[in-house]
Write a protein that binds this ligand. Structure first.
Ligand SMILES: [Zn+2]
Length: 254
């Protein structure tokens, strides 16, 4: 059994060497490591250089737009150019963050940078789908959308899924929020996601920086999530398992 954690914040986790060893033993072949602000970019880079199979993303999380250094966009461009395989993330809009207008400005700048440098972008959207779709639409009209996007810990309207795939080359990653029975909307999204667009994630984040809602503290949580995803989605376990790893690699490299 192989596992791929499509969205995690390894740089914030305690006892990372032990955790990475356990993950390796358990069959993990990859991790997409997302950053939240310029303060953790160097750490994300270091983690990606220390451990095999860690794919770094650099960006500004919508809950971290306060007190940004004025040269953040110059620094983001620089670190992305220096790391040609790195992706942009995580970026987006969050209703529970400060100043949505400023979040949108920061988001647009990063989408355009991802477009310019031809990098996939990892999207965070909490209760802002209408506004986010407007941003996508207008950026597409300008010809400035990234080549592909991943909606992380996806929870929107299930009818959006085919549209996002067709118009924005979207992939969808699901976290533990699809599991509780009181989330029928998320489960409906999961069931509506084509197998070749489906990924799974822990969204693990350590205590220190868990300003965002951290539901998991370990990428190993993905191990229990896969069988649950199999039951809810109706995809047979071996086939699902293989697709989750294949889709992640395709998203990164394809
Ligand atoms: Zn995250």
């Amino acid at each position: 059994m192989e596992f791929f954690d499509a969205h995690v914040h390894l740089q914030t986790l305690d006892n990372l060497p032990e955790l990475m060893e356990q993950a390796k033993q358990a069959g993990f072949v990859g991790f997409i490591c997302n950053s939240t602000s310029p303060a953790d970019w160097d750490k994300v880079l270091e983690v990606s250089k220390t451990y095999e199979g860690v794919y770094p993303c650099f960006g500004i999380h919508p809950l971290y737009v306060e007190n940004l250094p004025s040269d953040w966009a110059i620094r983001l461009r620089k670190i992305l150019i220096e790391n040609p395989k790195a992706m942009v993330g995580e970026i987006g809009l969050d209703k529970f963050g400060v100043d949505l207008d400023f979040q949108e400005t920061v988001f647009r700048t990063q989408l355009e940078l991802a477009h310019e440098l031809n990098r996939p972008a990892h999207i965070h959207c909490v209760r802002c789908w209408d506004r986010l779709l407007h941003v996508f639409k207008t950026e597409k009209e300008k010809g400035k959308m990234p080549p592909k996007i991943l909606s992380h810990s996806h929870h929107g309207d299930k009818d959006l899924i085919p549209r996002l795939i067709e118009e924005y080359n979207a992939y969808f990653s699901y976290s533990s929020i699809f599991v509780p029975d009181n989330h029928p909307k998320v489960q409906a999204c999961l069931k509506s996601t084509p197998l070749d667009r489906l990924l799974i994630e822990s969204d693990a984040m350590g205590n220190v920086e868990s300003k965002a809602v951290g539901l998991s503290k370990s990428p190993l949580d993905v191990i229990d999530l896969v069988p649950k995803m199999s039951i809810i989605s109706g995809h047979k376990l071996p086939m699902l398992q293989e697709a989750l790893c294949k889709n992640a690699m395709e998203f990164i490299n394809g």
